[in-house]
Structures are given as structure tokens and as C-alpha cells.
Write a protein that binds this ligand. Sequence first.
Ligand code: NI
Ligand code: MN
Length: 234
Amino acid sequence: MSVLKGTKVTWLGHATVLVEIPGGLNLLIDPFLEHNPSYPKNFTLPERIDYVLLTHGHMDHIADAAPVAKKHGSTVVGIYELTSYLTGKGVEKTIGMNLGGTVSLPGVDVTMVEAKHSSSMQEGEQILYLGDAAGLVLTIHNGPVLYHAGDTSVFSDMKLIRELYAPEVAMLPMGGHFTMGPREAALAVKYLEPKLILPIHWGTFPPLKGTPEQLAALLPDGKIVAQLKPGESM
Ligand code: NI
Ligand code: MN
């Protein structure tokens, strides 16, 4: 799709997205592979995963962060408390950051933006706090601006994300129950004004009932909702 200017975006089910920049980095967002019911089981990740980017510390977003980082030698980027936690799990290379900040990687700037959600991990009886939940804006040099909202409700400061970064592609959770559903995601589209919407965080588990068709029906004409199956690219 021309909006993507050659960058390849592959949805791997749930909130897991692979971004391949032509001639540049391979980035894996929120890796939830082995225990993800919608992960395409015959899919092979590229040998080179340069960076693993994390929105927040819930298991359905970080379950495979440490295994992928160890296997592929990836650097893990996330909010400070979360990368510190993963350092304790044996991840060697991390970049801890926080809301409003930008990390410049070769060919892409990664900005951490707000999300309205929680972020924690249960270990035995303990609930560990893992920093705030976040969204990520990927400003690809000579390429598109991508926004992965993480898990979030809709919030009016999404207008700030549009004003500052003007993402052309918005990956929005819309399954409901733990995040926005279609009605809320439609308002998020109004605030963000992306050219292309990739629905994520739907269909994985029974409570996540919202569908891309429901979202598309709520949007004005001309807004394109990508209808990808897990493992398909745009
Ligand atoms: Ni979550
Ligand atoms: Mn989630």
C-alpha cells in the first residue's frame, strides 16, 4: 500500500506487529507468540530482529520479549520499569525510556506516547508494577509514521498525537473488554485522522468481541480499515 512507502507491516495476531523497514531495521512490537491463540503457527520470524518494542508489561504483550531478545540478539525498548524488569529476566540489551521521549534508532525515531491502561505482572502472590502503559509512534525516515496504541481506552489527547506526529497508519485495539471497542476506536480515528487503520487486540480471546467490520461500519467513507488475517502483511 502506497501509504506505507515500502515499509512492510505484518500483523501476527493480538497486538503483535512486525515492522520491516526496506534496507533498514526489523522491529517487533509486543511479541506474544507461543501462547497467542491467533499467532500464525507456521510463520517464521526474520533471522534479524533488531529491536523489540514494548507498550506495557501485561503478559499478552511481553510473553516472548525475553525469548526473542535472547534468540535474535535484539535490544528491548520500553518504559524504564519494564526494561529494568526484563534485565532481571536476562535480557542483555535494553533501552528504558518514558512518556514524551524519543529514542532515535537507525532510520526510525521511536516516541513513547500516552495510553490509558494499566501495566503489571503477577509473580506468585505478588503484583509487580511495571511502569505506565504507553503507545508508540514510529517515525520512519523517508517512510510513513506509524502509531501502535498499545492497550488503551480512547482519550481526547489522541489529538496531541495527531498534532505532533500526524501518523498515517494507526494500529488500534478495538476488541473491547480490556481496551477500546469499535465505538471508542471510531472516535479515536476521528481524533487521529490516520489514512489507514490496522485493527489489533481483537478476536484472540472470547471477551474480545469487537470486529474490524463493526469499526469500519462506524467510520466515514474514505477511511480504510485493513482486513488482515494473522500473518498477513500490508
Ligand atoms: Ni494490557
Ligand atoms: Mn492486552
